[in-house]
Design a protein around this ligand. Structure first.
Ligand code: FE2
Length: 415
């Protein structure tokens, strides 16, 4: 063994150890490793974790807040209208520049795996082509999956159905959808069937924006679940948002939960954005507008987390930091028990890897690709509580980013 990089004194899930990396692969994990390497980093007992996984983001609209105007109502639907205007001016360079800037921001905070949606409702497919180009350009330091996402609905325009199929032919990794935004409920159901047909035809993953609305009658999740079960695609299928699940009556929710367990699909919650977008038509009590994260997790279903937006027409804030997302999930989902807080961390890491279907090459284990992060924290709970600085990002065995933790020095003796 001839390590190229060694991380010493790492706090891992099962205790303190050193990690040796040769080129881009983890070759040893043991306490007090009797090896040397040209580069060694003393982690001094800090938490060393697999990188964050951003399960759900829209890189095509990232960093466009205020263009051409602000979202005054704060609703999903005004956001869609603003984006419809903004996307008329999209160019490949515009997409590539903003997406790469956002990816660098995310990677600098420990995210090395990303699933982005690309709006494929425009005849030019500029957003898709820009994001596919970025996916290929950054692949040596960050992994990006692109979902063909029909923002205006598969049946919302005469050419949209052809456009999503063309997007898949051009190289999208997953088929998306938005059944609750189709013109009728029947169109919504039909769109889900079409998504599964395309995924089977082209051997793609599925990630559907599903029931992102407070309407307790928006019930496309049951259609997605049934299709996943009948086609056998199961863990290749993800339902994003599913915020209406937070408004379903408990009798229906109980029945649905049983079906969901059989279907084994993945869920993605986006707590930062949905706590702000949803509940806008409520007076008081005002709903939280999130899916049933804690109950899905307790039922053994795979739930992961996403930022969804960084400064775009739907959410003008956002830093791309997955610890911000996990922190908000702890609060909004009331997952404040220690095991629950740890689970929120896992939703931003290992659960995300399952959603992206990359778990075989993800994680800190012998023979796996050397992707890992060092946090200025001793454990997951503290990392979320303080939204700890990620001091080192190791990508493909190389030190990609180093960040110095802010130091506080009192200048006065205040007792
Ligand atoms: Fe989204």
């Amino acid at each position: 063994m001839t390590p190229t990089l060694i991380l010493r004194n790492c706090t891992l899930a099962d205790g303190l150890a050193d990690i040796a990396i040769e080129d881009s692969t983890i070759i040893a994990i043991e306490p007090n490793l009797d090896l040397t390497a040209p580069t060694e980093i003393d982690c001094a007992g800090k938490l060393v974790s697999p990188p964050f996984v951003e399960s759900h983001i829209h890189l095509d609209s990232a960093l466009t807040v205020g263009q051409p105007r602000q979202n005054q109502s704060g609703t999903l639907f005004e956001g869609i209208e603003i984006w419809r205007d903004r996307k008329r001016t999209l160019t490949l360079d515009d997409i590539k520049h903003r997406a790469t800037t956002a990816l660098k921001l995310m990677a600098s905070q420990g995210t090395l795996f990303v699933r982005t949606h690309a709006d494929v409702s425009e005849a030019s497919l500029t957003a898709l082509q820009g994001l596919l180009a970025v996916r290929d350009a950054v692949k040596d330091w960050i992994t990006v999956q692109v979902v063909a996402f029909p923002q205006d609905g598969i049946y919302g325009g005469p050419k949209n159905d052809d456009l999503i199929e063309e997007a898949i032919k051009q190289g999208a990794d997953a088929v998306g959808g938005i059944p609750h935004y189709e013109l009728t409920r029947e169109d919504g159901v039909r769109s889900v069937h079409r998504i599964f047909e395309l995924a089977e035809k082209y051997n793609r993953l599925i990630d559907i924006h599903c029931d992102e609305i407070d309407d307790d009658q928006s019930r496309f999740l049951e259609v997605v679940s049934a299709c996943a079960l009948r086609t056998g695609l199961k863990e290749k299928v993800t339902a994003s948002h599913t915020t209406a699940f937070g408004s379903y009556n408990d009798a229906y929710a109980l029945k649905l939960m049983g079906f969901l367990k059989s279907s084994e699909i993945n869920f993605i919650a986006n707590p930062l954005i949905n706590i702000t977008l949803q509940g806008r038509t409520d007076t008081y009590p005002k709903r939280r507008g999130l899916t049933r994260v804690k109950e899905l997790w307790q039922a053994g279903l795979n739930v992961s987390l996403g930022n969804d937006c960084i400064q775009d027409p739907w959410y003008g804030l956002g830093t791309g930091n997955m610890l911000d997302v996990a922190h908000m999930a702890v609060h909004v989902c009331q997952m404040t028990g220690l095991e629950e807080i740890d689970a929120c961390y896992d939703m931003a890491t290992t659960h995300g890897a399952r959603t992206l279907n990359i778990q075989d090459s993800y994680g800190i284990a012998l023979g796996k690709p050397a992707n890992l992060i060092v946090l200025d924290s001793g454990d997951k709970y503290d990392a979320i509580r303080r939204r700890a600085t990620v001091s080192h990002v190791i990508s493909r065995g190389q030190l990609l980013v180093e960040t110095v933790t802010p130091q506080v020095t009192w200048q006065q003796d205040v007792g």
